[in-house]
Design a protein. Structure first.
Ligand code: SRM
Ligand SMILES: Cc1cc2nc3c(=O)[nH]c(=O)nc-3n(C[C@H](O)[C@H](O)[C@H](O)COP(=O)(O)OP(=O)(O)OC[C@H]3O[C@@H](n4cnc5c(N)ncnc54)[C@H](O)[C@@H]3O)c2cc1C
Ligand code: SF4
Ligand code: FES
Lengths: 135, 802
């Protein structure tokens, strides 16, 4: 497949509450879209650490904190911005808003099922889970 | 040994004595003070009034210090006369004391403008500890307070009263606030900020009379207009207290005149502090007085040499959230000077630098005073700034947070109040083996003045001290640099109801994953649920009411009060598990059942099918009450622990707590449900219950402390409720009871809960009841979601083939 990009209309603005994110399935890929009030930003929903769903993270300014082990990424550049995440990064996608609808520019050739899928598992101990609440 | 007598037990006098003690001992020292308190930090009276500090916190030298240094301290004695030829002084108690050397450090007195009836009951000044105490005793929420004077002192008084709940108006004679420190623009910014905090500011008004019959009822202005007032504070300036200088026949102008060696016109009488005038200037801030004290100490001990050459005056407003700093020249029209300005009205930031011949001559900072030490240093050192013109207002960005300190030279001043340099601090750290801020304070006095250099001191300690220990968590986080105690006070007094508001007024406007959930908790607790809930500030678990797992799915733990279930409930759980292909069903360590591996979008459906309330297994909140079978079935049971546990769970469920909170109720001391290692435990005995708190068997194992022993189940539950609410209101976020109980001590906790006066207990209960009334089972959001996409997996509007 050719390495082209495509603009895709993905979600209505009102579907994403202020300062929150939502993941949207686009083909086989999951994109996390965030509402920062004055703009919407989009990144790959998968945390490079252990696949945490970034759309579920807490948004701080223009960064997001992964809900599993608190790696933090810039939503603008994709760069890891705290000590734990500083040597990794996430993919970002251009966005535009038109008529109340957020569109995202996706590289089509890459928009395939990626990597190993998240696994469901019955082992729950992850002592790094600083943020996850704990029964 | 010569006899040195000091009149005035205030900041300058005692600081000077501290310096004198550093020299070879040559004096028997007596200090007279007409206040009845040991030497305290007058600067921090504003913080005491604002509830940020207690009276104990502001003591500078306790009685032990006077004893250790053989100082004869005479408190409550006012010196009324001096015979400078006989070298004696007379006290208002009739005592006559001889001196070889006399040191006058009598400070200032408040200026009372000529206002009709200004002595009326209900009119206060704000100068010393007793004034502050009387104000604190008098002010009540809802009272109308009028502060006459819009200078530093007046604004700090206003803010303090307002924090105490008063409805405050500042009345200022001039057209702009703090005109001695700020220009009109700066004053305008401060006025706006004060208004934002809820203090009314009236400018250009001359007060002519205090109204009221016996007690204050209002304040009248020139032109006839008046406003109502229940209490009035006069903060219209200070005047050097020179009466003793006059009595001694010294040269006195506005203040007692001293030369560069701090000598007065009498060879054996010296003066220091706000009561003196040096080179035509009377100072009203601590930093210059400390410098004077150092010079005087050298002179009086026979080491005459160092000269006092005047000080650059720098003032800082100590109101949280209103950063104001001013130093040097502030007026615009100084010949040959250049002015550099920056303004951002919506951020409330105003900065102005005045340059003269390439050097800094004055600075005004409003809204962001974080660079004040840099400017102060340029002012003091007269640095040539021509080569750094581009970076005067905004230093070249640096990523390294320690850089600020690393860039400072050793002779740069860190603590402006006490005149302590970076070099002195580093030397003390090395020579005295200092590791903590309090050791540093004690040894160098750095950071014991207004406290604005605390973070710089911490940074130096961090960088230099080999075993630096951060003293208990001081501030919530970098985004909102206040302690949680402070923040609770701020939120309460400022009636802040949303996380974003707190971040915007008192923080960096953004927040992080640490402070947002903490503030969310604080608002919910303080307003008993009547706040603006902002789900974006909550961790994902609290947005979808389930615990996120390593693969992004969630777990579902329904509430099973006391661990008791029924065949029907078990059947529904089994059906749900099959219907939604739940990968694992597990009995948890907390006597209930967990359905693990559930998709977010299935959550509302599962909750509906289960028809059981949330077990809150995902949040910092009430988890469960484990119980044993108790008297109902057990042959040893002495109390009906099962019903007691279920009732306790019902009363507290659905409430948030600083950290998760687990409980248990057992029917006898065999303790089958492990009540002694729970946050709250009820332990049944023949005819009584023991209520225990602060137990743990997680990361730590800690046996719970006994809170109280009571007779009936209802009393036991009520005692548990008191502790519960007290923990909610006083613990820091993420502090489990096992840490909280150790930090506070069980004696104190008992005193403030089960042994507290009835009205205190009642108000704890009232707040708990209010919170409870507003709380609900979180899983009901399945029917009324906070947001239409709360649990929905969104699919792209446009289907793409990829
Ligand atoms: C499910 C359960 C294990 C089980 O299968 O039995 C469990 C599961 C987890 N516990 Fe636990 N704890 C469970 C009972 C306990 C107990 C036993 C109890 O409650 O009597 C303890 C010891 C008591 C205590 O709380 O101190 C316990 C002490 C912890 C701790 C250590 C807390 C501490 O400060 O000492 C953590 C980590 C934390 O909170 O920071 C933790 C954290 C966790 C986390 C949340 C790890 C995480 O951060 O993701 C686990 C979540 C699994 C998941 O994905 O759902 N879990 N955990 C239990 C759920 C109980 C319930 O029904 O609500
Ligand atoms: C509320 C408040 C906030 C302030 N905030 C700041 C600030 O942020 N930064 C800053 O630099 N400065 C601040 N100041 C000013 C600072 O406190 C003073 O500059 C400083 O305390 C002056 O020290 P002093 O020793 O000269 O006078 P004082 O500290 O007033 O001490 C004089 C003492 O002498 C006693 N005395 C007077 N006459 C007699 C007598 N005849 N016999 C016996 N005792 C006598 C007085 O009762 C008093 O205790 C503030 C002042 C107040 C009131
Ligand atoms: S955190 Fe708790 S549940 Fe997870 S593995 Fe460790 S002990 Fe087990
Ligand atoms: S999976 Fe994101 S931080 Fe670990």
């Amino acid at each position: 497949m050719k390495d082209t990009k495509r603009w895709i209309r993905v979600v209505r603005c009102e579907d994403i509450p202020l300062r929150e994110g939502r993941s949207v399935k686009v083909g086989h890929r999951e994109i996390a879209i965030f509402n920062l009030g004055d703009r919407f930003l989009a990144v790959d929903n998968r945390c490079p650490h252990k696949g945490g769903p970034l759309a579920d993270g807490i948004v701080c300014g223009s960064t997001v904190v992964c809900p599993l082990h608190a790696w933090k990424f810039s939503l603008e550049t994709g760069a890891g911005v705290n000590a734990a995440s500083s040597s990794s990064s996430i993919e970002t996608f251009a966005t535009s808003v038109d008529d109340g609808i957020v569109s995202v520019e996706i590289p089509v050739s890459q928009a395939e099922p990626h990597g190993p899928q998240l696994q469901s598992s019955a082992h729950f101990c992850d002592m790094l889970a600083v943020l996850a609440d704990s029964p | 040994m010569e006899k040195l007598v000091v009149v005035g037990n205030g900041m300058a006098g005692v600081a000077c004595v501290e310096q004198i003690l550093k020299y070879e001992k040559k004096f028997d020292i007596t200090i007279f003070g007409d206040e009845t308190h040991v030497n305290y930090n007058r600067i921090l009276l504003s913080s005491v009034l604002a509830g940020e500090k207690s009276l104990d916190d502001i003591v500078l030298n306790g009685l032990d210090w006077y004893q250790k240094n053989n100082i004869d301290l005479r408190l409550g004695v006012r010196i009324v006369d001096i015979d400078s030829s006989a070298k004696t002084i007379t006290g208002n108690d009739g005592s006559v004391t001889h001196f070889d050397k006399l040191l006058l450090a009598t400070g200032s007195v408040p200026v009372i403008p000529s206002i009709e009836d200004v002595k009326k009951e209900g009119v206060f000044v704000f100068r010393n500890l007793d004034d502050t105490r009387s104000l604190l005793e008098r002010c009540r929420p809802g009272l109308k307070a009028v502060v006459i004077g819009g200078g530093l002192l007046g604004l700090e008084a206003a803010r303090g009263l307002q924090v105490q709940g008063c409805d405050v108006t500042v009345v200022h004679l001039m057209d702009t606030l703090m005109e001695r420190q700020l220009d009109n623009t700066g004053g305008g910014y401060v006025a706006a900020k004060m208004n934002e905090l809820g203090v009314t500011v009236l400018l250009g008004l001359s007060t002519t009379a205090i109204l009221g019959n016996g007690h204050v009822e209002g304040v009248q202005f020139k032109g006839g207009r008046s406003i109502p007032a229940d209490l009035v504070v006069v903060a219209a300036g200070i005047r050097p207290n020179v009466s003793l200088g006059v009595a001694a026949g010294l040269e006195v102008k506005r203040g007692i005149v001293v030369n560069d060696y701090m000598e007065t016109s009498h060879p054996d009488i010296f003066a220091v502090g706000e009561c003196v005038q040096h080179n035509g200037v009377c100072y009203g801030l601590v930093a210059p007085l400390i410098e004077q004290g150092k010079v005087l100490a050298a002179t009086i001990t026979g080491n005459k040499g160092p000269k006092y050459e005047g000080s650059v005056q720098a003032a800082k407003l100590k109101i949280m959230g209103v950063d104001v700093f001013s130093a040097g020249e502030i007026a615009d029209k100084v010949d040959g000077s250049e002015v550099i300005r920056y303004e951002d009205p919506s951020l409330g930031v105003y900065k102005k630098l005045t340059l003269k011949a390439g050097k800094l001559a004055g600075v005004i900072l409003v809204g962001d005073a974080s660079d004040s030490h840099r400017y102060m240093d340029w002012l003091r050192s007269g640095t040539d700034l021509r080569s750094m013109r581009k970076h005067l207002l905004f230093p070249a960005a640096s990523e390294d947070v320690g850089l600020d300190v690393a860039m400072m030279s050793d002779n740069e001043t860190i603590c402006g109040c006490m005149g302590v340099t970076k070099g002195t601090i580093i030397e003390a750290i090395h020579d005295k083996g200092i590791n903590t801020l309090s050791q540093l304070k004690e040894c160098t006095r750095a950071s014991t003045g207004c406290g604005s250099c605390t973070s710089l001191c911490q940074q130096i300690l961090k960088a230099v001290a080999p075993e630096f220990e951060e003293e208990t968590r001081k501030t919530l986080c970098k985004c909102v640099p206040f302690s949680e105690d402070n923040l609770r006070e701020i939120v309460r007094s400022q009636k802040l109801k949303s996380v974003q508001e707190v971040l915007e007024i008192y923080g960096n406007g953004i927040g992080c994953e640490v402070c947002k959930p903490a503030l969310s908790y604080m608002l919910d607790m303080l307003w008993c649920g009547d706040h603006d809930e902002d789900r974006s500030a909550r961790f994902i678990n609290d947005r979808v009411h389930a615990n996120i797992q390593k693969d992004g799915t969630f777990s579902v733990v329904p509430r099973m009060r006391g661990g008791v279930t029924s065949p029907a409930e078990l059947r529904r759980i089994a059906d749900v598990a099959e219907k939604y292909n739940v990968p694992m069903v597990k009995v948890t360590g907390s006597q209930r059942i967990d359905l693990l591996g559930v998709k977010k979008s299935d959550l509302p459906k599962i909750w509906a099918d289960l028809g059981m309330p949330s077990g809150q297994a995902y949040t910092k909140g009430v988890r469960m009450v484990k119980t044993c079978v108790g008297t109902d079935f057990c042959r040893f049971g002495t109390q009906d622990s099962t019903s007691a546990g279920i009732e306790l769970e019902r009363r507290l469920e659905n409430l948030f707590t600083p950290h998760k909170l687990k409980m248990a109720a057992v029917g006898c001391p065999r303790n089958c449900a492990e009540a002694t290692v729970k946050d709250i435990g009820l332990i049944g005995n023949e005819g009584s219950w023991q209520v225990v708190v602060g137990g743990a068997a997680g990361k730590n194992v800690r046996k719970a402390d006994l809170l109280v022993t009571v007779e009936t189940t209802e009393e036991a539950i009520r005692a548990a409720e008191l502790f519960f609410q007290y923990y909610r209101e006083n613990a820091n976020y993420l502090e489990r009871t096992y840490d909280f109980v150790e930090r506070f001590g069980i004696e104190k906790i008992r005193k403030e809960t089960v042994y507290a006066p009835d009205d205190k207990k009642q108000s704890l209960r009232d707040r708990l009841r209010k919170s409870k009334e507003r709380s609900q089972d979180a899983w009901l959001e399945r029917e009324t979601p906070r947001h239409p996409s709360q649990f929905v997996q969104i699919k792209s509007l446009e289907d793409v083939l990829v």
